[in-house]
Write a protein that binds this ligand. Structure first.
Ligand SMILES: Cc1cc2nc3c(=O)[nH]c(=O)nc-3n(C[C@H](O)[C@H](O)[C@H](O)COP(=O)(O)OP(=O)(O)OC[C@H]3O[C@@H](n4cnc5c(N)ncnc54)[C@H](O)[C@@H]3O)c2cc1C
Length: 385
């Protein structure tokens, strides 16, 4: 899993190694060669989702009875790692697999699991989760999108922005207020199957600094009617609790994505400084290059050990919110720092888009902002002091 001198974690079993080889091949064959096109089109091909479904990569950690591959979070960790190492950031498979599907598995009714999970596993449905609105991101309690009950339907009104997979997704978990007077306790998660409703509209696919292979978009809901059976869970008002319970996994995912990029940055930079010459020497022969890369490798090693520990804890259902927040904030900060150092060692070539390090630099910036900005992570950690 890692080029660092870190012992393989216990959860990395022989079966997972075989799975990892398969995932690596899929990323090398199906994703990496098409990256330029995805970037140009601001999104992956719709067919990639179907291929990933056929290959068993969608809903890897969902039970087989619901069409998944019957794996655990360790399978998702392998996919995250290989995506980051072989194909870069951007494709929203992790959000689909390890953020959207778990809400349905953990809180959905039997009928909902049977209705949605097999279609998420095949790629017929692409998932998204819509929390953020133009007026509020970090302050999630303050969202305005509302879902008013009308007989056995909800009528949704509001708008969302910065939604990963937003240009494609046809199953969207919409964070809505079912009782605006109750604040967090009036928040519910409601599924909108976009192919089935009227009044749903996608806005622009947003022009971003990086992660351009993702169709991050604005979404609009104008009197969108969905059956009350699309509420995730039995009772209204449980949305905030459900979101809070899933956040440690979501934060661990961002940390693992950051770490994959750190390791890739080190790999491409080590190769570059052994090739490139200045003043008659390879760059690796300068003490500054050695010291910089020695520092980066040390920090990456510490990060790998910490992420492996967090994955282990999570597999045992012991990962708490504060530790997951530490992983998210510290590793994404480190990602920014190491990718920047590595770019510097590439000189002018590091600033050219055709060099992977330039892409990594642009893709990395958002990791400190999304999934809970790093400042919010520190607030959560500070509460445990
Ligand atoms: C590429 C991309 C993909 C995204 N994907 C999704 C998605 O799929 N679904 C989704 O719902 N959202 C998504 N988001 C939104 C993302 O989660 C939000 O941007 C993020 O939560 C921050 O919210 P905000 O942009 O409104 O910033 P704000 O909340 O306005 O924050 C601005 C700044 O103020 C700081 N700040 C805010 N509150 C405090 C505080 N109490 N104390 C100290 N500092 C504070 C923040 O840390 C930040 O630095 C995505 C965003 C991007 C850029």
């Amino acid at each position: 899993m890692s080029a660092l001198q870190v012992e393989a974690p216990e959860w990395m079993t022989e079966d997972l190694r075989i799975f990892e080889d398969g995932v690596a091949k899929f990323m090398e064959r199906e994703v990496a060669p098409n990256q330029e096109r995805y970037i140009k089109h601001q999104g992956v091909d719709r067919a990639l989702w179907k291929k990933a479904g056929e290959y068993g990569l969608l809903c890897a950690s969902m039970p087989e009875e619901y069409g998944g591959a019957g794996g655990t979070f360790a399978h998702e960790a392998v996919i995250i790692d290989q995506l980051g190492k072989k194909a870069g950031d951007g494709w929203g498979i992790t959000l689909h697999n390890a953020i959207v599907a778990p809400y349905i598995l953990h809180y959905g009714s039997e009928e909902q699991k049977k209705r949605w999970l097999p279609r998420l596993a095949s790629g017929e449905l692409v998932g998204a989760i819509a929390m953020t609105e133009p007026g509020t991101g970090s302050d999630l309690q303050n969202i305005k999108t509302n879902a008013k009950r009308d007989g056995n339907h909800y009528v949704l009104n509001g708008s969302k922005t910065f939604i990963t997979n937003g240009g494609t997704a046809n199953l969207i978990i919409v964070v809505s207020k079912t009782d605006p007077a109750k604040g967090a306790k009036g928040t519910s998660l409601i599924v909108v199957e976009t192919d089935e409703v009227e009044g749903f509209r996608r806005g622009r696919v947003l022009e971003k600094l990086g992660q351009k292979a993702n169709d991050t978009a604005e979404l609009f809901f104008d009197d969108v009617r969905v059956p009350t059976s699309n509420l995730i869970g039995i009772d209204e008002g449980m949305g905030f609790v459900q979101l809070m319970q899933q956040l440690p996994q979501e934060r661990l995912i961002i940390a693992a994505q950051g770490l994959a990029v750190i390791e890739r940055a080190l790999e491409v930079t080590s190769a570059y400084v052994k090739e490139r010459k200045a003043f008659g020497k390879h760059l690796i022969e300068f003490q500054n290059t050695q010291f910089k890369l020695a520092e980066c490798k040390t920090e990456a090693t510490v990060a790998r050990i910490f992420v492996n520990h967090c994955i282990e804890q999570h597999l045992q259902r012991k990962l708490d919110a504060a530790t997951a927040s530490m992983a998210k904030y510290w590793i994404t900060d480190l990602q920014g720092k190491i990718v920047d150092e590595c770019l510097q060692l590439h000189g002018g070539y590091g600033y050219m888009d055709e060099y992977p390090i330039a892409r990594m630099y642009k893709d990395a910036r958002v990791a400190r902002i999304f999934g809970g900005a790093n400042e919010i992570m520190k607030i959560l950690i500070a509460r445990t002091l």
